[in-house]
Design a protein around this ligand. Structure first.
Ligand code: ADP
Length: 245
């Protein structure tokens, strides 16, 4: 946060952001359900310049066996960035950041899935970030929800995710990579719109109590936009959009 703000105009005098968006405008979002024939469920998302593929496997036997739970199925999540997903080659070994994001996505999905009918099994969610441009955890979480639904995993609701943030002293929706690096705050939010429950809330940066409230409200508006596209993706796969051969 901070530092490069003087070189980059994050918000011009007309309220237009560095990538041409208005303050309340998300990036272009495209979600597709399915696509991986060897997975039980899958989804692909483009969220601005983020491109992320998710495969879900299970419920299936747990290896190693001692990780299994006799009362319920367990959820496991691996978030992985391809070495070519960012401009400077990323080391393929799991980084602390990938381990953290895997954990927060798992914890954000946990309240949505109902696994008590599948004791001693695991549901594995593999997230592959093909191209990253800020906000990958939100895009990945949104795609993972669609992939879990596509796998037929019983769910209370889908988790839709979007970030809000603060650039040039203004609360904005869906922070991009440049805004994330040069802006003042980034707040990723995961939200279950039907249940009205937040399952992911992180904050990098400093906000006043008023800005904090505004960021949550703004982020939830973004989550609802994502939610409609998640439902559309599943609808298109199972009831046909008629547009593809
Ligand atoms: P998120 O992707 O959820 O916003 P971060 O805030 O940690 O998570 O990362 C912001 C962005 O920084 C990423 O989306 C990606 O574009 C970039 N980034 C992350 N890790 C690396 C890396 N190892 N090398 C270059 N860019 C990276």
């Amino acid at each position: 946060m901070g530092g490069r703000e003087s070189e980059l105009v994050l918000l011009d005098e007309n309220g237009i952001r560095c990538d041409g968006r208005k303050v309340d405008e998300p990036r272009r979002i495209m979600i597709k359900a399915g696509g991986l024939k060897n997975a039980d469920g899958s989804a692909y998302i483009e969220f601005g310049d983020n491109k992320i593929l998710v495969g879900v496997f299970g419920p299936r036997d747990v290896h190693p066996k001692h990780m299994s739970n006799t009362d319920t199925g367990i959820l496991r999540v691996r978030y992985h960035m391809e070495p070519f997903s960012v401009s400077e080659r990323k080391n393929p070994a799991p980084s602390r950041r990938e381990i953290e994001i895997s954990k927060v996505i798992k914890e954000a999905l946990q309240p949505a899935v109902i696994l008590d009918k599948f004791p001693r099994t695991a549901v594995d969610v593999f997230i592959e970030v093909l191209q990253a441009d800020g906000g990958t955890r939100c895009a990945a979480l949104s795609a993972a929800s669609v992939a879990l639904a596509d796998a037929g995993i019983p769910m209370r609701d889908m988790v839709a995710a979007c970030a809000a943030g603060k650039v040039a002293d203004t609360v904005v929706l869906d922070v991009n990579n440049e805004e994330d690096q040069a802006g003042q705050a980034d707040m990723p939010i995961g939200y279950m719109p039907n249940l009205k429950k937040i399952t992911l809330l992180q904050l990098d940066g400093v906000l006043t109590p008023e800005e904090y409230k505004k960021c949550i409200e703004t982020g939830i508006i973004g989550c609802k936009i994502v939610y409609d596209l998640q439902k559309k993706a599943l609808h298109d796969k199972y009831f046909g959009s008629g547009g593809e051969q």
